[in-house]
Design a protein around this ligand. Sequence first.
Ligand code: LR7
Ligand code: MN
Length: 581
Amino acid sequence: KQIPRNQSKTSSSPPALKKAVSQSKPTISGGLHTARSNLTAKAPTVGYQQSHANIPENPGMHHVFRIDVTLSPRDLNAPGQFGRPVVVPPEKKKEAEQRWKEGNFNVYLSDLIPVDRAIEDTRPAGCAEQLVHNDLPTTSIIMCFVDEVWSALLRSVHSVLNRSPPHLIKEILLVDDFSTKEYLKADLDKYMSQFPKVRILRLKERHGLIRARLAGAQNATGDVLTFLDSHVECNVGWLEPLLERVYLNRKKVACPVIEVINDKDMSYMTVDNFQRGVFTWPMNFGWKTIPPDVVAKNGIKETDIIRCPVMAGGLFSIDKSYFYELGTYDPGLDVWGGENMELSFKVWMCGGEIEIIPCSRVGHIFRNDNPYSFPKDRMKTVERNLVRVAEVWLDDYRELFYGHGDHLIDQGLDVGNLTQQRELRKKLKCKSFKWYLDNVFPDLKAPVVRASGVLINMALGKCVSIENITVTLEDCDGSSQLQQFNYTWVRLIKHGEWCVAPIPEKGSLTLYHCDNRNNRLKWLHKSASAFHPELVDHIVFENYQQLLCMEGNFSQKTLKLAACNPMELQQKWKFEKYYEV
Ligand code: LR7
Ligand code: MN
């Protein structure tokens, strides 16, 4: 019988959509941490052997593993027991504050609470009754860490050992990504030596989390790879539902619901149901709740599997041979960031699926900042990784990424060689990003250009047209090819492969071969109004000694480039159509 859970949910926390990965938390449900008496009263009733008993109507299957050895009563009043919030005593405030930076969460409290505390079984009703196959594949748990907090790392390992059917865990691989902390050396070896399944792989130099995972995968002997961060708490019955999906189809990549271990009070908080992993431009990971009316209309149940456009990145199970078939991660990705996008696009576009399994739940300490240093600049590292992903997977939609980003690429950022990755995509015969948008993420707003159609001068009511290589103003004719332009996310005004180009020295305009990297072809309009709000309707060339604006003229057919004047109506322009994201 499932342990009753608190059903009274309020939405006390604001949704955390549209935030960057490092800050992204799923929406948290309120009203937890009550009615613990139910929990404490119940000793584990169903052991693994029992649950494995034959079920006549479903031969070859059994109920998911329900034993949680952490529930066998030890110190019921220990701080943080059952996922309760903990308060730092006043006399320890200072110490707690000082220790915060060791992990960018409340390290003092983490050390205070048991390394094998119980947490509330937050699975939706019905999960404990689900059946899984008797012959599930084994898995290697891969946990990479760099300078992880001792108690957080131990709690992660204990939660795996305590809440997984032993025979499914081939090994737990702790990949030490060249940590500097002394306690992570001999002390960790000694501590883990009591668990035969735990192996520690020490990297001889800092690999970054992506290449550290690859080193882990190389050393894994299980059928399935299960990646976890090193500051998690796996909840009851978390593993089998993941492996079941991979068992049913080796191209399914299964993710648990990621719950929140509060960085301040270390409480274990459940999250709202029906959340998908998504992203917004420029490829910021976030969560998006399936709207209640969609849930109602389609009769989606809390236990139903949710197909996700992208995964959060840290916690998932993937068939090992499939992971290699996909070419693993792009090994050119550095340290941290973007690898979740890369793998997600790769999986979907090359024939696989990414799913969140609501019956599998794992807590994760969300922090506001990485507690470790980056070998190079953090922003540049992430941007570089994302550029690699965009260049390999996004096709023309990459412009949406560039148009919403910081344009580090324009400043000569070297992203390394992409040939192998592009060839891999060809070899695997992966589908287009358009296919991905249509089939996997139809609710993503992804217009390939920012604006299109005729370009009208607001004073004259005339339209920009081209004549050979000159740019002119004519009576508007929406059916004329010569008057069709695209204003792209990277700020080119394009007519086919030709771009409207300024000749600042002459104060005139011409056409030039388009080139996304040529800043001499870039115009600010609308979207760029943040820089020059008073020039929002203007078409501004800013890469000159002064701001220059496109201007129409009553007496002349040709366009000119003049000093920008916010009040000048002849400098105001409107495209036929604008697209929002
Ligand atoms: O150089 C490094 N070497 C490492 O071994 C950097 C990190 N790491 C380890 C680190 O100790 C940790 O265990 O790698 C793991 C992930 O690093 P975090 O915890 O700093 O990352 P995160 O939780 O802030 O960020 C998310 O995005 C990452 C970047 O690409 C990874 O995919 C993380 O696994 C991922 N975490 C999750 O998906 C948990 C939910 C967060 C969300 C949303
Ligand atoms: Mn993490």
